[in-house]
Design a protein around this ligand. Structure first.
Ligand code: AMP
Length: 113
């Protein structure tokens, strides 16, 4: 999508601090970190949110979770980590391109706010 900020990051048109990249997935550090480690993991192909996942496109979501497990290990999140995806405005989604927040390096409370 031409006006999507995360599509532009995936295409290298907007700079980011990259944590991982392959043909279908990219991970980069959040601009406003909510934890000592805060990485966003996205499919390069545009998908609006978790509500857009279908049998036809879900393979990339499985791959994203492989990347998350690898990043959590590489980034030293031995004590645990949290993965969050906000889907829709009332859930707090501010960027309409599917993304998973990988958060770690501190304790988290439950339920989230
Ligand atoms: P959400 O509110 O769940 O849609 O998450 C969007 C996240 O994207 C927020 O945590 C923002 O801080 C982050 N963000 C927005 N623009 C950028 C950017 N250019 N580079 C890195 N992170 C960004």
């Amino acid at each position: 999508m031409s006006d999507c900020i995360f599509c532009k990051i995936a295409a290298g048109e907007i700079p980011s601090k990259k944590a991982y990249e392959d043909e279908t997935v990219m991970a980069f550090y959040d601009l406003e970190p909510q934890a000592p480690v805060h990485v966003l993991v996205i499919p390069k192909a545009h998908m609006q949110s978790a509500a857009s996942v279908t049998p036809e496109n879900s393979a990339v979501v499985a791959h994203i979770f492989e990347v998350i497990a690898r990043l959590a290990q590489e980034l030293g999140l031995k004590e645990g980590f949290r993965v969050v995806t906000n889907s829709g405005v009332s859930a707090g989604q501010s960027v309409p391109h599917l993304h998973f927040h990988l958060l770690g390096g501190r304790d988290f409370t439950w339920p989230p706010g």
